[in-house]
Design a protein around this ligand. Structure first.
Ligand code: GDP
Length: 440
């Protein structure tokens, strides 16, 4: 259960709001009070809660709902927007954009640092990187052993020496050892006799390693204390990303997230359990939607917009089925997926399109969509409408423009061609189950 009862409480409040027939000052205040209570229980700083409620109340009372949305939907949208703001609003990616990409990995003992290194490595491996790890933790005797076990399972290179008690020396030797690697992760001590000694060592490591990015792991169960911890570490090194661990089950996660967001350090990932896959890129919009149970609240954003979406959806579907499926149509498809969720749901909106979708579309991940969209934005109109003309030199140009490898552009084109083929198949054979089996 994510963030203890916070999600449940907020979802209930939103459901209640969605069911209200009259929206006036009194009901707005009532809803805001419920949100306040839920956030304070989750250890969100009182001042933050107060300013949030004030903003929601003011906007809900003063702003006129845009055409096509009801006052109730308007209030829901305002709550959503302000809550997203509380978490820093923008999703920030970990962008491995240079070689070597040196990561200084920090965190207090027990924060989940070692577990999180494993999770991050798995995440990076999925993206095609093979990270190497340097153990500079000379403080905890078992640190090297724990990493050794982890890395052997994952087939990751590890440098360390349990007999060497000089963290800086280990870092230097690790740098040499892995000088040809693209991603190097430096694990550090999580404890010293004095906290100031720990921070001093981190500062020295920062100087020796000159990290491309420092990543700090913070235990989400400490609540708003996370803000002070982020600040303390940022005195030793510039913190490029924060990972909040243990957000599963803790009631205080809301406090941790909002306090860190307030320091301005980007939260790039969250840990949601003990297993290696319990890890996700942090996206404030998606996170808040989930917390508010937005998936369940139908016709949330502007109705007017939805009607437009339905038209675009129908048009795109028709293009798909007729085999006239261009990259433009595919981009529309992605936009719809962003706004309305998975392809499955969109297909359900269209009369006659049963419950089945091609495998290619259903296994599309959000991360991939983002990259695909960046590549498509580097294409010309002509290329989007007639993808056949995209050959060698154009592929190179698109890759340069989007800052990706040429193989990724080819991957996009392959996905496009497969989708097109699959769609054509459905169009020709109709939606009968037999025809679909070939595709699934
Ligand atoms: P380190 O001392 O910072 O290296 O911490 P460890 O990686 O050894 O983790 C400390 C404990 O926290 C272990 O029992 C982990 O299983 C647990 N842990 C780490 N991340 C998470 C998480 O996201 N959720 C939960 N529930 N437990 C976690």
């Amino acid at each position: 259960k994510m963030l203890g009862n916070l999600g449940e409480n907020l979802t209930n409040t939103m459901k209640k709001l969605a069911g209200m027939t009259v929206i006036d000052k009194k009901t707005i205040k009532e809803v805001v009070r419920e949100i306040q209570r839920a956030l304070i229980q989750s250890d969100v700083n009182i001042k933050l809660v107060q300013s949030l409620s004030k903003k929601i109340e003011e906007r809900a009372i003063e702003e006129k709902p845009p055409k096509g949305i009801t006052p109730r939907e308007h209030v829901i949208t305002i709550i959503y927007e302000e809550m997203v703001q509380l978490l820093g609003s923008e999703a920030v990616d970990l962008n491995i954009d240079q070689k070597p990409f040196k990561i200084l990995f920090l965190g207090l003992q027990g924060s989940g640092k070692t577990t999180t290194i494993g999770k991050l490595c798995k995440y990076l491996q999925k993206k095609g990187f093979s990270p190497a790890i340097v153990c500079t933790d000379t403080w905890r005797p078992a640190a090297y052993e724990q990493l050794k076990q982890l890395t052997e399972e994952m087939q990751i290179s590890l440098y360390g020496d349990p007999n060497n008690k000089d963290a800086l020396d280990l870092a230097k030797k690790g740098l040499k050892e892995f000088k040809n690697q693209k991603v190097i992760i430096f694990d550090t001590a999580g404890r010293h006799k004095e906290e100031s000694d720990l921070l001093k060592e981190m500062k020295e490591l920062d100087e020796v390693i000159n990290p491309t990015e420092s990543i700090l792991v913070i235990d989400g169960t400490i609540g708003q204390q996370a803000g002070a911890q982020a600040k303390a570490f940022s005195e030793a090194t510039e913190i490029g990303s924060i990972i909040i661990s243990k957000l599963d089950g803790t009631a205080k996660g809301g406090g941790a997230l909002s306090a860190v967001a307030e320091t301005g350090a980007p939260i790039k990932f969250i840990g949601t359990g003990e297993r290696i896959d319990d890890f996700e890129a942090f996206n404030p919009e998606r996170f808040i939607s989930r917390l508010l149970g937005m998936g369940d609240i139908k016709s949330l954003v502007e109705k007017a917009e939805e009607v437009v979406d339905e038209d675009v959806a129908t048009e795109t579907m028709n293009a798909m089925l007729s085999g006239k499926f261009t990259l433009k149509d595919m981009k529309n498809q992605f936009d719809m997926m962003n706004k309305m969720g998975p392809m499955q749901q969109i297909m359900n909106m269209i009369p006659g399109m049963g419950a089945k979708i091609p495998k290619e579309a259903s296994k599309m991940t959000e991360d991939k969509i983002v990259i695909y969209k960046i590549m498509m934005s580097s294409m010309t109109n002509k290329e989007m409408e007639n993808p056949k003309i995209i050959k060698h030199s154009r592929i190179a140009r698109i890759a340069r423009g989007a800052g990706v490898e040429e193989s990724e552009v080819k991957d996009l084109l392959k996905y496009y061609n497969n989708t097109k083929k699959a769609m054509k198949g459905i169009g020709r054979r109709g939606m009968g189950g037999g025809a679909m089996n070939r595709l699934m």
